[in-house]
Ligand binder design. Sequence first.
Ligand code: FES
Length: 582
Amino acid sequence: MTKTPKDKSPTEQGLRKGLTSYGDKDFSLFLRKAFIKGAGYTNSALDRPVIGIINTGSSYNPCHGNMPQLIEAVKRGVMLAGGLPMDFPTISIHESFASPTSMYLRNLMSMDTEEMLRAQPMDAVVMIGGCDKTVPAQLMGAASAGLPAIQLITGSMLTGSHHSERVGACTDCRRYWGKFRAGEIDAIEKDEVNEKLVASVGTCSVMGTASTMACIAEALGMTVPGGASPPAVTADRIRIAEETGTRAVQMAKDGLTIDKILTADAFENAMRVLLAIGGSTNGIVHLAAIAGRMGLEIDLNALDHMGNETPVLLDLKPSGDHYMENFHDAGGMTTLLRELKPLLKLNAMTVTGRTLGEEIDAAPPSFKQDVVRPFDKPIYPRGSIAVLHGNLAPGGAIIKQSAANEKLMEHVGRAVVFENAEDLANRIDSPDLDVTAEDILVLKNIGPKGAPGMPEAGYIPIPMKLARAGVKDMVRISDGRMSGTAYGTIVLHVTPESAVGGPLAYVQSGDRIRLSVKEREISLLISDEELAKRAKENPVVVPSAERGYKKLFLDTVTQADQGVDFDFLRAPNIIGKVPGKK
Ligand code: FES
């Protein structure tokens, strides 16, 4: 059990925490104070609760482009509440500026976060993140570090306008790229729209992974109420930042450590919200990773059952029509949580020191809006994500059914196989590719170890010759992930992945595959004997590396059902499942 500040001796608070080892505690404090006084601090300032503020600003990360304003507001909030703010940097990751893929670096960022929270003296921490991998990395790191922690989201970007049509990253990025590939727009218009898709700093403006994780962070109780939805460049976002700083000081005083918030009930609430917002499939992987740090396992089959009773209520792209700024105008998570209230674990504690139920009751009254649907008038009658099983995915696979094509969700087709991302790039647009719209595209070796880092390459493009003929969707299967901003009949996270010898490794072009979302089935229609024969004749060589982070990654990364976390970072003991017992 984590000790609270009340349990600790005064020497373990504020600047006195975690003294550097010189063999003489008093000297260590003397030295620390001498150095910090070099920055002009007084003893009065240094005697206050210390609130760390994680600065993930980076020229490489426009999703965090409002970082200076947010830090200033958090500091104001901390000082108004009598604390001492101390901002410090950690790794920052942006989706488009991380090679080979941002997911490869998420665990590194979580380690950086955890170790800097442990190493530096602070009584609570405000974690500022927004772009897809940053919020999960921070929650994972803070969950392991164990001190009072509160999440501040950077906020979504504004939408732009192209030829009077409203556009936003990144659903519309994919849509316009699809038009360009299909020859519907020319190179000049492609370049024009490129200027308009991202209208300001901030995170993607649809229900992609960043927005999903923002909503999940609030559902987990890790942000102040209303913390998920204000766009990055608004006064509301700055007010949330100030409030977050103020709240962090009280959390430090109350000893409101993260283990009191990240409980099985909190994760169950997050799963409900993930389903009801039509959230990114990546949300499952990140939730599994964060829960794993707390010794909890996400039960994928239970998530599937929860989907039967949790409709999609949020009308946001890619499942619906609106953008994050509309969700904010509609009351944000407050409106959504009010609709979901009968399904939520209302006793779950939040960073405010009050339960989720108390926060919902204390929220301002509802008003007329058309972004969050009433529970009995959903935009999709079931949860957005279905969990599939079968001989092709013994450990499970998922499909975002709310963004899939109804007709293709019950489909048997011939496999057209690509061995890896390079093979895909080389052949997908070849006029000679033997493919029809009824075929099923299969991509191997883009799982956790395969690529490595489980890139968002599961959104396999429609072959050029079919796209030009007007084909908009096909069944696509891989062991990779897909951006939350993408749509289509796409089976993802096939587990175990092909690179470790999962059945996906042995699929051959011409095999028949059955997808039945109704039956929750993904099956390769060959005999067990034939599958075993192929495995024996062509055993896979599991990827490895000689040195460095890549070696650490390939030696220790887990599969999608365990969150693609490193095995040694997960809690040593599993203490329960999510959802827990009724
Ligand atoms: Fe950062 Fe989409 S690229 S949130």
